[in-house]
Every structure is written in C-alpha cells, then in structure tokens.
Ligand binder design. Sequence first.
Ligand SMILES: C[S@@+](CC[C@H](N)C(=O)[O-])C[C@H]1O[C@@H](n2cnc3c(N)ncnc32)[C@H](O)[C@@H]1O
Length: 195
Amino acid sequence: MNDHEITDVPSTLDTIRQETERVGFTLGSEPKTGALLRALAASKPGGQFLELGTGTGVGTAWLLSGMDAGSHLVSIDSDAKVSDIARRNLGHDPRVTFHLGDGGEFLRKATPQQFDFIYADAWPGKFSHLDGALSLLKIGGIYFIDDLLPQPSWPEGHATKVPVLIADLERRRGFVATKLAWASGLMILVRTRAV
Ligand SMILES: C[S@@+](CC[C@H](N)C(=O)[O-])C[C@H]1O[C@@H](n2cnc3c(N)ncnc32)[C@H](O)[C@@H]1O
C-alpha cells in the first residue's frame, strides 16, 4: 500500500493551490490530512461541521467533498486575504458559510452541542478556548486537529505547547482520543457523553 497516492482529489484544489502559492500562504492542510477529513466527513450524513481556520480553503474543499447534500459547514478565519481565496473558489456551494472574524469570539457565542465534526485548525479551539470548542460537539461528534509533529511553520516556543495539549486531550473525560503520527501528526477525539 502506498498511502502517498491520494486519489480523487477535489477538482477545486488545483486553483486553490495556485492562488495559495501566489499569496505565499504555507499553512494549508496536506493531502493525507485532507483525504482523512473527507472520509470522516462522509461518516456524518446530514452533519453540522465547523472549521476553525479556513486558510485558503484547502481543508474546506476536502470536507465538502466528503459531506453529503444535507450537511452544512461553517468555516471561520480572521484573515480576509486568505479566506477570500476560499470564498471565491468554494462560496458557490450552498453547504458552506464563511465567517470573517475571530474564532475565539465565535466559540464564546456558540451554542453547546451543535456540531458533529470540528476541524480545529487555528489557535482558538486548540491552544485557547479548548473547553469551548469541545463543548460544541454532539455525542458521537468528532474533534480533529493536525500539526502535532514538528513543523517548519511552528513559531519559537511552540514545541513545548504541543505535548501539553496532547496530554490535556488524553485526560479529558467523556471523550475517546487517538493519536496518529501520520501526515503532520493528527489527533482525533470522539465525544461519548456529556460532561
Ligand atoms: C493552519 S491555517 C488553516 C489552514 C486550513 N484549515 C487548511 O486546511 O488549509 C490557520 C488559519 O487560522 C487563522 N487564524 C489565526 N488566528 C485566528 C483567530 N484568532 N481566529 C480565526 N482564525 C484565525 C489564520 O489566518 C490561518 O488562516
């Protein structure tokens, strides 16, 4: 098995990748992560999805390619320059709503237990506002994060924060957690009960 061979890549990704390179954005999700996002998205028919950190829409495109017609995705980013690329390329899809704003602010105002899937790919919802993000998951809902293996994009001092986050997530009651030292380093939590 060659898991580098990712088949059936969403057609929107070609243009998104070109525009991503043009603006010099280097934080887009990698193909393996995208393929897993798509498979997990397909496990939630009629699901409510949240992506914290739209970037240029790479993860968004993968999520949309796994979601069925009755599912909906809210994707948030605070940077108009990158999220405009996502909006231009994916905004025609009625299953996605893009928000420009602070993810932490969104999490503070959101109603608990409303999402089936959260891709937490920004600081808020991962290194801050973690309780808030996890409280939004329905029972059976999936919390997904990446970039847990050392990345060139990590800022100074970040390496010490990652093991703290992983240990915190593994200790959480009411969730089943698993780690994958694969792609950029992934972690998946599934909510098993209200806490
Ligand atoms: C790792 S990138 C997201 C990549 C994207 N999910 C993908 O799949 O390609 C992180 C994004 O979080 C955004 N971000 C950083 N701080 C934020 C905040 N406080 N609220 C919302 N978005 C934020 C950045 O602008 C950046 O686009």
